[in-house]
Every structure is written in structure tokens, then in C-alpha cells.
Design a protein around this ligand. Structure first.
Ligand code: FAD
Length: 396
């Protein structure tokens, strides 16, 4: 792949930088989200922000134009991710919609499903969540027990899901349910679109170690889903779900994470310099950890180029996305551990303590980073995929 940045790419970058400068609230920075008094307020702001991005033509760059996308190039998408991270712009609120649901509908949805759902995902008018995991089916997702029984022109879904991010304010969900219990477990699963406002849905938030309630339990009691809301064919949901998860693990968002982590490493370097200016020295072993983090972030950049190259050839993400996710998991946790070690005793201060370094941001991101080796499939599962599908090792 030709990675030369052409004049039109530079023009794209400058146009975006200008747009971000004009549209982000004045003084916006890494700590700005902390200003909101409640989660609801934060969600409302983020929703509005994604709407602004969509109206500005900056959401769904790689999606086809007829469904609200921009039909842009992979390089432009990479530039967008970099610039958003550099400006510390808020994340997309409709992450599941954009990274998981969109590619799935584009690849497997009917024309009517694409027209009905895609542009509202990009504009964040309709937020989505993912009803895959269950109390007894996380790593062993194919063991899911939520069942879908035929009822007239549709199905009735009954069961329990868990760890459902953003369910509280989602309008729609992608959901896996068992339509045939008599066949091997991977073969009896169907992929549904579920209306989160349908009778029979109950959402219960779960409190996390960060203090937030992004997670939820979702109970389904004979929830009606019309046949038109099946993605793909009955009993053929497993293969489609694997494609959804490869998109979640793989690809787009790691560009942005790489730049965010590069900015974080720069900040750690500055902390070492500051310590020196104040007559304190940082232990050489800790200094080496910062350098180690720098090296890993650089390697992540190269891995992202590989992703970009595959995407530009129109290849779907496959087992290579497990390698990239696992590398990033380790990088992210190592970097946050190093940050807290550099802060020393100050890392024990609560984020609202005026003495907390960088407004206590590192403590919060450290806590969140504990989840990266679990979400989107745990590290052990990624290692199994790498072992079997990339290295051809025999199954244990
Ligand atoms: C931040 C976050 C967001 C999430 N959002 C969503 C969401 O929106 N929707 C959704 O459906 N799910 C979501 N999840 C759930 C996530 O997909 C599961 O937590 C994950 O797949 C692991 O499943 P589990 O929690 O049931 O753990 P288990 O599967 O019970 O695993 C427990 C431990 O056993 C290990 N283990 C299990 N099987 C094997 C094996 N075969 N070989 C080696 N080790 C094994 C695991 O690695 C893990 O360490 C989210 C999770 C997190 C942390």
C-alpha cells in the first residue's frame, strides 16, 4: 500500500483541524468530560457532538454514500482518527452502532435494513447496544441460552443478557438467540435486531469500579421481533457474529487509541522532565518503563498501517485483529500502570482532590484499562485464536 501523504490528504487534514477548532467547545481538553454533573448530561452532550460530526460530514467516512457515509479512503479515515485524538475530541457515543452494527448491516443486512438504520447510527439519533454475552456465555458465546420461538410473522425472545454497554439509553440492539436447540451449538443461533422499547425488555444498570454505570443486565421476556429484523438467515447467526466481533476487536478505533496513547506517553515524558526541574529524580527502572511504552506505541502505529493496508484492499478483518487487540491490551495496561508508578503517592488521591495530578485522570483511566483484557473477548480467548488460526497449533 502506498502510504505517501498526498497534497489532497494534507488539505483534508487542515480542513478537519479547522472544523474541530471551530466546533469543539472553547477550551476543550482531556479533562473536559469531568465537568458534567451526571451521566445523563454527559450522554446528551456526546449525542449532540456525534450529530455535529455527522452534519459536518465527518462520521462514517468509509461507509457508502447512499447510507449516509462519505465513501472516503482508508488514509482519510486514519487522518480523522489521528486528528480527533490529537484534539482530545469526545469519543463517539454510538460506538457499538458505528463499529459493530454498521459494518454488520453493510455486509449482511437487507436493503430495507440498511436504509432504515444506517444513517441514524451515524447521526446518533438512534443509539445501539450489543446483546451477546449472558451470565453463562461470555467466552463460550455459542453456549448462549436466550431462546427465540417462532410466533406468526416473527419471534418471541426470552432470556438474560449481561455486560451490555449503553443499554440504558439504547434505542436498538443486535442480539443473538437460539432458534434450534437440537443441532450443534454454533449452528442453531440467529442474529436479531431488537427494539429496546418493546414490551418485555427490562434494563438494570451495574455499578463499575470506575463509579460509572455504562454496563447493564438486560432481561427479555417474550420480546416480539418481526421476521424482517433478522440479519442473515435463521440459524446462520454465528458466522455473522464472528464478523461483528472481528470489527469490534480489529480495526477502526485502534488508530485513535494509538494516537491517544502517544499523547499519554508524551505526558509521562514531561512528568519525568518536571521531576528533574524540581530536583527529584525518577528511578532508572521506571524511566525504562516509559521508554518501553514509547516503543510499544510505535509498534502499534505499524500494526495500524497493516490494518489500513488490508482495509484499502477491501479485506475483512480476520484472526489478525486478535493479535492487534492483544498487543494493544498489554500496551494500554502497561502504560497506565507506569503512569501511576510515576505519580507515586499522588496516585492515591481521588480525582476531585485539588492536589491530584492532571485532575486525577490517570487514576480513572487506569481503572478503565483493567477492562481491556476482557471486553470484546478476553485475552485468553485472543491467544487461543492466535494459536489456532495464525500459528496452526493443535486445539488443547
Ligand atoms: C468494558 C466491557 C464492555 C463490554 N460490553 C459488552 C457489550 O456491550 N455486549 C456484550 O454482549 N458483552 C459485553 N462485554 C462482555 C464481554 O464480551 C465478556 O465479559 C467477555 O467475552 C468474557 O466473558 P465472561 O465475562 O463471561 O468471562 P468468562 O467467559 O466466564 O471467562 C472467565 C475467565 O476464564 C477464561 N477463559 C474462559 N474460557 C477460556 C478458554 N477456552 N481458554 C482459556 N481461558 C478461558 C477467560 O479468559 C477469563 O479470564 C463487555 C465486557 C467489558 C469488560
Amino acid at each position: 500500500m502506498d502510504l505517501t501523504v498526498k497534497p489532497e490528504h494534507e488539505e483534508f487534514r487542515l480542513r478537519l483541524r479547522r472544523w474541530l477548532h471551530e466546533n469543539l467547545p472553547a477550551g476543550w481538553g482531556a479533562d473536559s468530560l469531568a465537568q458534567f454533573r451526571s451521566y445523563e448530561e454527559e450522554v446528551a452532550f456526546m449525542r449532540d457532538w456525534q450529530g455535529q460530526l455527522y452534519r459536518g460530514g465527518w462520521a462514517g467516512l468509509l461507509w457508502p454514500k447512499e447510507y449516509g457515509g462519505a465513501g472516503a479512503t482508508t488514509i482519510e479515515q486514519a487522518i480523522l482518527n489521528e486528528e480527533m485524538a490529537r484534539a482530545q475530541a469526545p469519543e463517539l457515543i454510538n460506538k457499538v452502532g458505528v463499529h459493530n452494527v454498521g459494518p454488520t448491516l453493510i455486509n449482511y443486512g437487507t436493503e430495507a435494513q440498511k436504509r432504515r438504520f444506517l444513517s441514524k447510527i451515524l447521526s446518533a439519533e438512534e443509539i445501539w447496544c450489543q446483546l451477546f454475552s449472558e451470565p453463562g456465555a461470555g467466552s463460550d458465546l455459542a453456549g448462549l441460552r436466550t431462546r427465540a420461538e417462532s410466533d406468526g410473522d416473527g419471534y418471541r425472545l426470552t432470556g438474560q443478557k449481561v455486560w451490555t454497554s449503553y443499554a440504558e439509553f439504547s434505542r436498538w440492539a443486535i442480539c443473538l438467540a437460539r432458534t434450534d436447540a437440537s443441532v450443534p451449538k454454533h449452528k442453531g443461533i440467529t442474529y436479531f435486531i431488537v427494539d429496546m422499547q418493546a414490551p418485555g425488555i427490562q434494563v438494570r444498570p451495574l455499578r463499575q469500579i470506575t463509579g460509572g454505570t455504562e454496563f447493564n443486565e438486560v432481561f427479555l421476556d417474550a420480546v416480539y421481533v418481526p421476521r424482517d429484523f433478522v440479519i442473515g438467515k435463521e440459524n446462520e447467526g454465528w458466522g455473522i457474529a464472528m464478523n461483528t466481533l472481528a470489527h469490534e476487536r480489529g480495526t477502526g478505533y485502534l488508530f485513535k487509541e494509538q494516537v491517544k496513547h502517544k499523547i499519554a506517553v508524551d505526558r509521562l515524558v514531561e512528568m519525568i522532565r518536571q521531576a528533574k526541574r524540581h530536583g527529584r529524580s525518577v528511578h532508572p527502572a521506571l524511566r525504562a518503563e516509559v521508554i518501553n511504552a514509547f516503543i510499544r506505541v510505535e509498534i502499534m502505529r505499524l500494526l495500524n498501517y497493516d490494518t489500513m493496508s488490508r482495509m484499502s484492499r477491501g479485506q475483512e478483518p480476520g484472526p489478525d485483529s486478535s493479535l492487534k487487540k492483544e498487543f494493544w491490551n498489554r500496551l494500554s495496561q502497561h502504560l497506565h500502570e507506569t503512569a501511576l508508578a510515576l505519580e507515586g503517592p499522588w496516585s492515591q488521591l481521588m480525582p476531585d482532590d485539588p492536589r491530584a495530578i492532571d485532575s486525577g485522570r490517570w487514576q480513572q483511566t487506569f481503572l478503565y484499562s483493567r477492562s481491556v483484557t476482557i471486553s470484546g473477548g478476553s485475552s485468553e480467548i485472543q491467544l487461543n485464536i492466535i494459536a489456532q488460526r495464525l500459528l496452526g497449533l493443535p486445539k488443547e
